[in-house]
Design a protein around this ligand. Structure first.
Ligand code: FES
Ligand code: FES
Length: 205
């Protein structure tokens, strides 16, 4: 059979030309996507490990992380700062909440490389010497925890709130911790603890 002989209206040569064109087209498309991603996001890091520096609880810490490692895993697994809890690990429960450059973040949903150079505050850094932070004191006094897995996240959200707003209303307290979930149902105690901490801090506690 001739190469050019039509078979069901399509010759083998024209079919191969079509496939070849598709492959070339895909390669060009992939290449242009890479170019636009690089333009959009800047330098691409990895796949090798990257050295980053974090200012964690006032201490400069240099560590080497794979680009895919989250801030939470870097803190827990490399710096042994296990106060921030890994519960849902997908940005839904708030147990990993910490303060990064003055703002609360979910450490399970932030890459460690994106925190390079940042000031990171975890629950371990709240106390001064042997003195717990007033929010920690009031959580204890108000019995605002049971299993405790959610507690560091609630406390970090509350500390961030009281820095911005030293006299929050009950509605503002509830809103500030609305991203933190507690399976043990300690919410009323948490709200009272944050309210009492605000009072104590105003009195210099
Ligand atoms: S562990 Fe990060 S939000 Fe649940
Ligand atoms: S105290 Fe157990 S989840 Fe909140």
């Amino acid at each position: 059979m001739s190469e050019e002989k039509k078979h069901d209206g399509l010759s083998r040569r024209s079919f191969l030309k079509g496939v070849g064109g598709g492959v070339v087209g895909t390669a060009v498309l992939t290449s242009s996507r890479r170019t636009s991603a690089a333009e959009q996001y800047g330098d691409v890091v990895g796949p090798d490990a990257v050295e980053i520096t974090l200012n964690v609880n006032g201490q400069k810490r240099t560590l080497t992380v794979d680009p895919r490692v989250t801030l939470l895993d870097a803190l827990r697994d490399q710096l042994s700062l296990t106060g921030s809890k890994r519960v849902c690990n997908k940005g839904q429960c708030g147990a990993c909440t910490l303060i990064c450059n003055g703002r609360t973040v979910l450490a399970c949903s932030m890459l460690a490389i994106d925190a390079d150079g940042a000031d990171v505050e975890t629950i371990e850094g709240l106390k001064t010497g042997d003195q717990l932070h007033p929010v920690q004191e009031e959580f204890i006094k108000n019995d605002a925890l049971q299993c405790g897995f959610c507690t560091p996240g609630f406390i970090m959200s509350s500390v961030a709130l009281l820095r911005k707003n030293p006299s929050p209303s009950m509605e503002e307290i509830k809103y500030a911790v609305s991203g933190n979930l507690c399976r043990c149902g300690t919410y009323p105690h948490v709200f009272k603890a944050v309210h009492d901490a605000a009072q104590a801090m105003k009195k210099g506690g």
